[in-house]
Write a protein that binds this ligand. Structure first.
Ligand code: NOJ
Length: 755
């Protein structure tokens, strides 16, 4: 009786607290509405258009910078800025310019904070290989704390574009090819940047980009058209954007490409019907750099005024750099082409973002250069960076247990990226602190002083590759190779750091050849001819075609672009203090000809079985299989998977659930962690489904000889898909469940689930 009463009291208290929270939310919303409405009433049309204008003092990723940006901030015709650089005081000075405007509306101050701020984490593609959303959330939180202390309140991140084509240079900025994992990471990053409340002055407004389908440009060429069915969009490409929206992302950036013939920037279906009406997005929408003006290049607007009208009407609230809205919309209102209601709605969304950030009460929020020094690059931040790097690194090959190295091995460390702080960052590391980077050489030397470093090669002499900087020097190359051979001959093991320079991936860095530049491959071959074990550390921003190089390396670790703690993490892995755990989130092709290549492909009407011949969906000159599949990554130990057991084989109805269990055994001699992956296939449905789709994963840590049972709960949610009416539903039938250490080598079981 006593307990019953206690329980009842608890339930009542809980309900009351939920009610109060709802009430507080409503009150806060009301207060914001009142504040913004009274501000709007006071604003002239010009002032409203100023709030829709986003300017930049530098032309980093676009054709031009904003002319007279400072004057525009002063007179209120530019209500937002991004890309502020320079000393903290000069940043503050420019943020303060808005105090000269009539209404003194504070500025949104944006920046591409893509994988860390002062403390730099691995590139997002690398980070995603950790399969660790909680860790990724921490990295975003750290970036927010560091950046907000220097006056930024808005980050152009996360990039959640699904990517299946590594020719596209921007695959480095995203989380790879899978919508399930991509959605978890999208949510984690939004939460990390925005914290628990945007009003907290260490929070940044996240900007989810690039909406939509930007990761699917034809031929992997940046900015190119992306053409696909709605079914493919809904099933594979849209879920991460939706997840970020559901996580409360405050803003979204429109992509450059067109969708079904209409550029995203003027696509009303995309920005209004889908984003606002179907998904209920409440934040503001910003174009990409000069995206509105570029509607003219797309051939859908005859002039800037028409471009402005199309984009505002479609659902764009803010104009990045093209200044089309501010230049044209006054006349457009007079002409009756856009309404004041439309302008008010866009302006309201921008003002609401400022209100939520608390800018109206404290325009500079967390800005404090002295504090910035204290909260940046702290021991704790560096610890997270090291952890992130450790967990992002993927062991691709380890013949004859070449790794880990003996602590006292005499090492020849060779390669243009081996002792280079800048190269541990990416083309998107705008504020990273270069001097704080631990290079691979420094990291290894700290743990084993018996190491000699030489450069060994220039980055590339390939004539087709446009890279700024020193031109290739053939005589110098001979000297570099000779010196490397000398050092290598005297060592027990050769560690060679090769790959892409930071200039080879990122925006506008598409490639048609994904192999190592020729001079690097040649060096690798020469080094292998010595007969010593060769360890290749691959520095890269995308999956590369390594098939021709693999015979010349006994072990290969993909270290991506590893960030501040590059060397300390790499050393821990090479010497065995950390056993690699990373798993690929993008398929590595054998050749460029296989692209696009991804694991969740369809069966086709003529599926191919390796080794057969005939009229099947295959190539006559190469296997269908990738070099390394999605989910792949080795460990220093070996994990053995038992058979899958299901606690039921026939289920009925929406409320049933199924447990799929599997026992994993560490049969090697190192303790290690495995990411156990669950895939489900629906072999017969009303639409053709993928051969399998990731639906869950769990990490399991095992001592040598230890076994653990892993259980996955499967509900009808995991069986659902978008049918041809674009309804998210499931259909009765037989389903296949796969569990394994990567998408290709899995145990299999099947069950029947009826409605
Ligand atoms: C263009 C890029 O596409 C986008 O990702 C970036 O945020 C903006 N430039 C601003 O730098």
């Amino acid at each position: 009786m006593k307990y019953k009463l206690l329980r009842l009291t608890c339930v009542v208290a809980l309900l009351f607290s939920i009610h109060m929270q709802g009430q507080l939310k409503k009150d806060a919303q009301k207060q914001m509405d009142t504040y913004v409405s009274s501000l709007l009433k006071n604003m002239t049309l010009e002032e409203k258009l100023g709030q829709l204008n986003l300017v930049t003092p530098i032309a980093r990723t676009g054709p031009f910078a904003t002319k007279n940006a400072s004057d525009k901030m002063k007179d209120g015709s530019a209500g937002n800025i991004f890309g502020l650089h320079g000393s903290p005081s000069s940043i503050h000075m420019r943020l303060a310019l808005s105090e000269n405007s009539r209404l003194k509306i504070p500025l949104l101050s944006g920046l591409d904070i893509v994988h860390g701020f002062k403390t730099v984490f691995p590139i997002p593609l690398g980070l995603s290989c950790s399969w660790d959303p909680a860790l990724i959330e921490k990295t975003a939180r750290i970036a927010a704390v560091e950046a907000s202390a220097l006056g930024y309140n808005w980050t152009f991140s996360p990039m959640v574009d699904i990517t299946r084509d590594p020719r596209w240079g921007r695959v480095m900025e995203g989380s790879g090819e899978d919508p399930y994992l991509g959605s978890l990471i999208a949510r984690a990053m939004v939460k990390g940047y925005q914290g628990s409340d945007l009003n907290d002055d260490t929070s940044l407004i996240a900007c989810v980009k690039h909406f939509a389908l930007y990761g699917a440009p034809e031929a992997g060429r940046d900015y190119n058209t992306a053409d696909m069915s709605r079914l493919t969009m809904y099933q594979y490409y849209l879920p991460p954007y939706k997840a970020a929206v559901d996580a409360g992302a405050g803003s979204i950036m429109v992509s450059f490409n067109d969708i079904e013939g209409i550029p995203a920037t003027s696509n009303k279906w995309l920005l209004t019907d889908l984003l606002r009406k179907e998904w209920g997005f409440k934040g503001f929408v910003v174009s990409d750099f000069n995206g509105i003006q570029e509607l003219m290049n797309h051939g859908v607007a005859a002039d800037l005024k028409e471009a402005a009208e199309l984009s505002l009407t479609a659902g764009v609230d803010m104009d990045m750099v093209s200044e089309a809205l501010i230049a044209s919309l006054k006349q457009s209102v007079k002409d009756g082409h856009v309404s004041m209601d439309q302008i008010n709605a866009a302006c309201r969304r921008v003002l609401e973002a400022k209100y939520k950030l608390g800018l109206f009460t404290n325009p500079y929020r967390n800005y404090d250069p002295a504090k910035a020094d204290l909260v940046s690059l702290t021991e704790e931040n560096r610890k997270v960076a090291k952890d992130a790097t450790l967990r992002s690194i993927v062991l691709l090959k380890n013949d004859k247990a070449t790794l880990p190295l003996k602590k006292n091995a005499k090492i020849a460390l060779i390669g243009p990226f081996a002792n280079n702080q800048n190269e541990m960052f990416s083309s998107w590391t705008l504020k990273g602190d270069v001097p704080s980077v631990v290079t691979i050489y420094e990291g290894l030397k700290k743990q084993n002083p018996d190491i000699t470093y030489v450069q060994g090669t220039q980055v590339s002499g390939d004539p087709g590759l446009k890279l700024k900087g020193e031109p290739f020097d053939a005589a110098l190359q001979e000297e570099l190779v000779a010196a490397a051979m000398n050092v290598a001959k005297q060592a027990d093991v050769i560690v060679v750091v090769l790959g892409e320079s930071s200039a080879m991936s990122g925006e506008a860095r598409s490639r048609t050849d994904l192999s190592l530049p020729n001079c690097q491959s040649e060096l690798l071959k020469r080094l292998k001819s010595i007969g010593k074990p060769v360890v290749l550390l691959l520095v890269n921003g995308r999956p590369m075609t390594l098939a021709d190089d693999l015979p010349y390396a006994d072990a290969v670790l993909d270290i991506w672009r590893p960030g501040t703690e590059a060397g300390s993490a790499v050393a821990d892995i090479l010497f065995g203090a950390y056993n690699p755990t990373g798993k690929l989130t993008m398929t590595f092709p054998r050749s460029v000809g296989q692209i696009p290549i991804y694991y969740n492909t369809k069966n086709t009407g003529r599926p191919y079985t390796e080794g057969t011949e005939g009229f099947f969906s295959s190539y006559i000159d190469q296997s269908n299989t990738p070099l390394y599949p999605f989910g792949y990554g080795l460990s220093y130990t070996k994990f053995i998977y038992g058979a899958i057991t299901l606690n039921a084989s026939v289920l009925k109805g929406n409320n049933a659930n199924l447990t799929a269990s599997i026992t994993i055994t560490n049969s090697g001699s190192y303790a290690g962690e495995e990411t156990v992956q669950l895939y489900i296939a629906d072999p017969v449905a009303s639409v053709s489904r993928a051969v399998k789709e990731l639906k869950g994963f769990q990490k399991v840590f095992l001592q040598p000889g230890e076994s653990k049972k892993v259980n996955f709960t499967i509900t009808t949610e995991e069986l659902k898909f978008f049918n041809s009416d674009l309804n998210w539903d499931w259909e009765s039938g037989t389903f296949l469940v796969y569990i394994g250490g990567n998408s290709q080598s899995c145990e299999k079981a099947e069950f029947v689930w009826k409605k």
